[in-house]
Design a protein around this ligand. Structure first.
Ligand code: SF4
Ligand SMILES: [Zn+2]
Length: 509
């Protein structure tokens, strides 16, 4: 097959996250690594086309995400929609790109990272900042020694140097040529506890993906999730108070729900102070052979929504998403052959985008507002959103453009956590501290005008937001600021006067 045929064949499955995997698989068939220009002209997704046209997607933000899969291990859960495949961690199917690579490499963490680095180097991408996304079964249910070994192997592979211990590998990474700027793990809310979070921090984890699926006790019961909403609230509070970034997985179209109920649940997720995820992955339920849900479908006890209804639900979710949340994914990257009912069409995203556009609606989530990497002249407003959450306040500070070609775009953001003074903190170094859970700058500004101010030259938007956060915390009576820094960004915070205390970068303010 020729490259255009291959791209067309796989078009429906392509996402920003997996396109580099596909590039590699096409390379095998055509005998050379296809260039961006050979690919983008055959794509259908406008977001992907834009990204491939400009520079290639992975490293657009300067950070290369690597998914690394842990070995198969039985999951304590019995969720009725969850597929099992021999030789794969529960819920993963071997034809997903990251899963394929992991299986081929016998789930060796080091080899998975090395193969990813090589692959990205070959396609001309920068790999000096990597974001490790640890996937597999429920993270909490793996043995602790295996977790440590897995993390040491990842760090060693990123460093390109073998170390004697995890601590040594991390120390090396602080100043290495290639740095780890974030690590996420995925787990169940009822597997989050104080001990587990302490371990995560030792491992260098900065973000957690929590499987929640439904914000409705009845549905949670009927899908056999094995946990209730209270455990979601508790896990969220614990994670937030440890400064972790939180991504929820949400599953519309489950048995017992309805489009109206899914929309109501999305509202609860965003508005209820117990919840409010920083990131969101929406995985509409899919009926996969071998699952109990498939049997229900067979017996006529479950019928997924029509495509029209599903698109309506997804559009409403986008409409409800507040500006401080980032929708990482709306559809799961899964091959058609597994799905007998429900959303086999993975170009739903494109259909959705088109409809939103035609209706003149915009999604306000972070992802849809991030400005493309580059240097701009812009007028920026400093915006602040403050909301209550369980155990403390959440502030979202951002620099957003007010006019011109970048109008409405997000240039830089910061998540500030102000825990209740009565809140029991997990770590001594966090006592009396406000916390910066995330700082992210998307575009550089050469000249910018702050709300009503003069035109100034400024590049360090992130630094400005940090200073703002420090002054807010000081005004509210906090004595110190703690940043949940990834191992590879510690040096940056040192340059801003922070020092390492425990696993956080801390500064008296
Ligand atoms: S907890 Fe996750 S992996 Fe385990 S059965 Fe449920 S969905 Fe599947
Ligand atoms: Zn969006």
């Amino acid at each position: 097959m020729k490259i255009d045929e291959l791209v067309c064949r796989d078009n429906e499955k392509l996402t920003l996250e997996n396109i580099e995997d596909y590039r590699r698989s096409w390379a095998k068939e055509i005998g050379h690594m296809p260039r961006n220009s050979e690919i983008w002209q055959h794509l259908v997704d406008s977001e992907l086309i834009e990204a491939m046209k400009t520079r290639g997607v992975r490293t657009e933000s300067g950070v290369a995400p690597f998914a690394v899969m842990m070995k198969p291990f039985s999951c304590p859960g019995k969720c009725i929609y969850c597929p099992s495949e021999e030789g794969m961690p529960k819920s993963y199917l071997s034809d997903e790109p990251a899963a394929q690579r992991a299986k081929l490499l016998n789930f060796d963490a080091g080899k998975q990272v090395e193969s990813r680095v090589r692959q990205m180097d070959e396609t001309g991408h920068m790999t000096n900042k990597v974001d490790l996304i640890v996937i597999g079964g429920t993270f909490g249910s793996y043995r602790n020694d295996y977790k440590r070994e897995f993390f040491k192997d990842m760090f060693d592979a990123v460093n390109g140097v073998k170390s004697n211990s995890l601590e040594e590998a991390q120390k090396y990474n602080e100043t290495a040529g290639r740095r780890v700027v974030g690590i996420s793990v995925e787990t169940r809310p009822d597997w989050v506890n104080e001990k587990e979070i302490k371990l995560w921090r030792e491992l260098g984890v900065t973000k957690v993906q929590l499987g929640v699926q439904a914000f409705d006790e009845k549905i949670l019961k009927s899908i056999k999730r094995g946990h209730d909403l209270d455990s979601v609230a508790k896990a969220t509070r614990l994670c937030r108070n440890a400064g972790l970034k939180i991504c929820y997985h949400f599953m519309p179209n489950l048995p017992g729900s309805s489009p109206e109920n899914d929309i109501r649940m999305a509202e609860i997720m965003f508005v209820d102070p117990r919840f409010g995820p920083d990131y969101l992955k929406v995985y509409p339920a899919m009926t996969i052979p071998g699952t109990q849900m498939h049997e229900m479908w067979n017996m006529g006890e479950y019928e997924p929504y029509s495509e029209e209804k599903l698109i309506y639900v997804l559009k409403e979710i986008k409409r409800l998403t507040p500006p401080w949340c980032r929708i990482d994914r709306l559809i799961r990257d899964i091959s058609k052959k597994w799905v007998v009912a429900g959303t086999a069409r993975t170009n739903l995203r494109q259909v959705l985008q088109k409809e939103l556009k035609d209706e003149g609606k915009r999604c306000l989530c972070i992802r849809c507002r991030e400005v493309r990497a580059g240097v701009y002249d812009a007028s920026l407003d400093l915006l602040m959103d403050e909301r209550d959450s369980l155990g403390g306040k959440e502030l979202f500070l951002s620099y957003e453009s007010r006019s011109g070609e970048t109008e409405g775009k997000l240039f830089s953001m910061l998540r500030l956590r102000l825990p209740l003074k009565t809140e029991k903190m997990l770590f001594e170094e966090l006592e009396g501290a406000a916390m910066i859970r995330e700082v992210h700058t998307y575009g550089q500004v050469q000249q910018f005008r702050e709300s009503g101010g003069d035109l100034t030259q400024h590049r360090g938007l992130g630094k400005k937001l940090m200073a703002k956060a420090e002054s807010i915390a000081r005004e509210r009576g906090f004595k110190r600021m703690a940043v949940i820094s990834a191992i590879g960004t510690r040096e940056y915070y040192r340059s801003l006067g922070y020092e390492l205390k425990g696993t956080y970068m801390v500064k008296e303010i």
